[in-house]
Write a protein that binds this ligand. Structure first.
Ligand SMILES: [Zn+2]
Length: 288
């Protein structure tokens, strides 16, 4: 791809990120490989929604500016680390999409086996440990996950995606935010039906069939291996129902005396408000 079309693509991706609310003010940054030794990088302190092709900086792989009127992004170090660790990556996108960043703030990774298209493309979306933006700590936090993941959350900060071209990296950012919204709604509704481990394996096999290049295979839930992706999926056929949070269980409307088995084997009884009031009145009467 020519340098001029790459500059135009960065402008377009910046415009889409800003239009979708993935960045506010001057947040976010985008880079692409120009050739074996040079990167094209968004400049520092510019709103990504209103860039022009001439604003981009050209840097070497050490982050030194080779060309451009403006200074390269303050997160250049994070981009450089990704290119160092992943020779296959051609583009890096960083933004603060609000729902995904909410998960990053809550410390909840998007690693449950819920959506087939997320499993076949991104796999799991872990959270890189918090690090002060623009410092050397951030590339170190990213390094732990970047070999096995094309997308991750950055704790208390935002999200990072990479790809074989700029639009591939950008679409992964869209997928993460979309997945985060769906996960949030499911959790607000009180439950998530997870896909089984067998289904996850089947979906993983589809990666090959559809020519999807994932950076690493999906491994078992308990694995602590940086070379694979950890996805939470129940073993055995069928689905696991993630238990309702206690607040929802209390609001339950099951008929009197109905007991529901909880995941940990503890049993609970759900009462309607009227039934509960009757029990309290009985208890008070007994006390008199
Ligand atoms: Zn940021």
């Amino acid at each position: 791809m020519s340098e001029s079309s790459l500059r135009a693509d960065i402008v377009e991706v910046g415009r889409r990120m800003y239009a979708r609310g993935y960045t506010a003010s001057n947040d976010g940054n985008i880079s692409v490989r120009l050739d074996a030794s040079r990167l094209l990088m968004t400049p520092k302190s510019v709103c990504k929604g209103f860039m022009t092709p001439d604003m981009m900086c050209i840097t070497d792989l050490e982050g030194r500016k080779l060309q451009g009127d403006r200074d390269p992004s303050s997160e250049t170090l994070m981009h450089l680390e990704v290119y160092r660790q992943r020779p296959d990556v051609q583009a890096v996108v960083h933004a603060h999409p609000p729902t995904a960043t909410g998960f990053a703030v809550a410390g909840i990774p998007l690693d449950r086996a819920v959506l087939a298209e997320v499993l076949t493309t991104l796999g799991s979306i872990p959270i890189a440990e918090y690090a002060t933006p623009s410092t050397r700590e951030l590339p170190e936090a990213v390094r732990q996950y970047i070999k096995a993941h094309d997308g991750m959350l950055l704790a208390n900060h935002g999200a990072l995606t990479v790809g074989a071209d700029l639009f591939a990296a950008y679409y992964k950012m869209e997928t993460i935010e979309h997945f985060a919204k769906i996960s949030l709604v499911a959790r607000m509704l009180g439950r998530e039906n997870l896909l089984s481990r067998e289904e996850v394996t089947r979906l993983q096999d589809l990666r090959g069939a559809y020519g999807i290049k994932a950076p690493a295979p999906i491994c078992a839930e308990t694995a602590e291996d940086e070379s694979c992706q950890v996805v939470q999926a129940p073993a055995g056929a069928g689905r696991r129902l993630v238990p309702d949070p206690p607040s929802l269980a209390q609001r339950g409307h099951a008929s009197f005396g109905e007991a529901s088995a909880k995941a940990d084997g503890e049993r609970e009884i759900r009462l309607t408000y009227r039934e509960l009031s009757a029990l309290i009145e009985d208890a008070i009467r007994a006390l008199r």
